[in-house]
Every structure is written in C-alpha cells, then in structure tokens.
Write a protein that binds this ligand. Sequence first.
Ligand SMILES: [Fe+2]
Ligand SMILES: [Fe+2]
Length: 189
Amino acid sequence: MKSTDNKEKTAKPTVKRGVTKPKSNAAAGLTELFEDSLKDLYWAEKALTKALPIMARNATSEELIDAINNHLVETEEHVTRLEKVFDLIGKKAITKKCDAMEGLIEEGKGILEETEIGVVRDAGIIAASQKIEHYEIATYGTLRQFAETLGLEEVASILELTLDEEKGADKLLTEVAVNAINLEAAEAE
Ligand SMILES: [Fe+2]
Ligand SMILES: [Fe+2]
C-alpha cells in the first residue's frame, strides 16, 4: 500500500550519467545506513584484534610495542562496546566484511614483507597503523553523528568514548614516530 503510494507520488527520476543505481535491497534510510555501517565497523574492530598482535611482534621499538599492545586492549573493548550498541538498538551483533579495513590491513602486511625488521619497518608499521586509526576516527565520528541525529544518545556517547581512544592512539603513534623512529630510520639509510 505504502509503496504504491510512493510510486504514484514520485516522478520518474532522470538517469544521470555515472550515477549508480541502487540494488533493490539498498539501505533505504539513515537507520539502515547506520546499522549497516555498524556491522562493517564490528568486522573491522574484530579484524584489528588479530592484526595488531602481528604488528607488535614485528616492531622493535619498545615504545611502539607498548603503544600497539595498549591499543590492542582498547580495541578488544571497542568490540565489546559495539556489541553493547547492537544490544541497545535491539539488533543482533553481526559482522559485514569491511573492504576498506581489509585493504588497510593488507597494506600493513605488505609493508612487513617489504622491510627488514628494525627502525624502517617500525616507521612503516606506524604509517600503516595511523591510516587505520584515521579510518576509525572518520567512521566513529560519522556514526556518532548519525546516532545523535537518530536520537540515540546513549549509543552516541558510547561511540564517542571509542572515538576519543582512536584519537589518543593516533596521537601516541605520532609521538612515537617523532621521538625516535623516523629520525633513526633516516640515519639507517
Ligand atoms: Fe578501534
Ligand atoms: Fe584503533
């Protein structure tokens, strides 16, 4: 009934060149987009709990190893927080493969293959990790805003907690890079 009404009211859209037609099951509204993005992020955080230990094992700077291990503990909490968010919105916590995070993790693994263990690999690990943190910052920032728009205040504040930790991790990685690694990596040339 509703869809028939919509059909009657909606003028046939003119197809613009390069505009992708939605799949028939494409997200219809902000709530769906929000929930879909949460599933992506849930996949991403879970993937990071496996990728971070690999990065830590390949790092040599004690400062960097500590930074990664601390963020691993936070990342495990991020997974738990997302489960709480799913619970609050009355949805089952399910993952959906996040292509962007998969690519970023692959890029990180590629750096490990292309470098010898030592300061240069450490610099590469920081670069890859910061791209990951920036992706997470962008995603949590967006989803917190979606949650606010949707009137989900508790969800918004949970997402904000994680957002702050992603920002903290990024800042710490910058400090580690500035303090020692990039300088040593340049000297190692
Ligand atoms: Fe995270
Ligand atoms: Fe993170």
